[in-house]
Every structure is written in structure tokens, then in C-alpha cells.
Design a protein around this ligand. Structure first.
Ligand code: FES
Length: 124
């Protein structure tokens, strides 16, 4: 039976966990906006891969590995992102799907305060 929404938890800069439900097919950027989540997920370019303000860090490698590989365009933008990690993605490129149920996404600043599974600073 297909789920209509999945559980997603955003982890704020302060380490506050914000659980939300995200409809299948909605991007994490749009979901953050809809839920008034105060993140650095500002989505300046509205998902057109022309900024890196929607940078999020996938907190569990298990979920990171379920995502489609980033495109070259996404990687180029990620290279410009502050606090890039090995599990960084652009929130506008992560789209809710049933296998992502339970995913946790941290905003970059949170990684300095928490041991994040898979957090490895990426050398430039
Ligand atoms: Fe600009 Fe995601 S909103 S790249």
C-alpha cells in the first residue's frame, strides 16, 4: 500500500528536531517553506539549481545512499555551499518518496554541535 506522506525530521541549528509530514513528490525545500521551518533553507533560486541556499545535510548514511546521485549541476552548486559534508545535498533536489520515510535533515550549522552519522568535512 502506497503512503501519501512520509515522515521527515528537520534538525535546526539549535538541535531542535522538527518532525513534519511531507507529501510524496514534494521537495524538501518546498516542505520546509510550507511548515515555516526557520532554516537556512531559503531557496533563493526556487529550486532552479542556481544557488546553494537550500543546502541540507542528510544525517544518516542509510538515507543518503537511497537518494538519486546528484547531477553535475547540483555538485557544482554544492561545491559553493558553506559547511559542505559528504552527505550534503540541495534540499530542492530531494523529493519525497516512500523509501525516504524517516529521513532526517540537518541544516549545515547543526553539524558543528552534533555528531552526525556520516559527517565528514569535504576537503576543497
Ligand atoms: Fe537554489 Fe536549491 S533553491 S539550488
Amino acid at each position: 500500500e502506497e503512503k501519501e506522506t512520509i515522515s521527515v525530521t528537520f534538525v535546526s541549528k539549535d538541535g531542535e528536531e522538527i518532525p513534519i509530514r511531507v507529501p510524496i513528490g514534494m521537495s524538501m525545500l518546498a516542505a520546509a517553506h510550507e511548515n515555516d521551518i526557520e532554516l537556512e533553507v531559503s531557496g533563493a533560486c526556487e529550486g532552479s539549481l542556481a544557488c546553494s541556499t537550500c543546502h541540507v545535510i542528510v544525517m544518516d548514511m542509510e538515507y543518503y545512499n537511497k537518494l538519486e546521485d546528484p547531477t553535475d549541476e547540483e555538485n557544482d552548486m554544492l561545491d559553493l555551499a558553506f559547511g559542505l559534508t559528504e552527505t550534503s545535498r540541495l534540499g530542492c533536489q530531494i523529493v519525497a518518496s516512500p523509501e525516504l520515510d524517516g529521513i532526517r535533515l540537518a541544516i549545515p550549522a547543526a553539524t558543528r554541535n552534533f555528531a552526525v552519522d556520516g559527517y565528514v568535512p569535504k576537503p576543497h
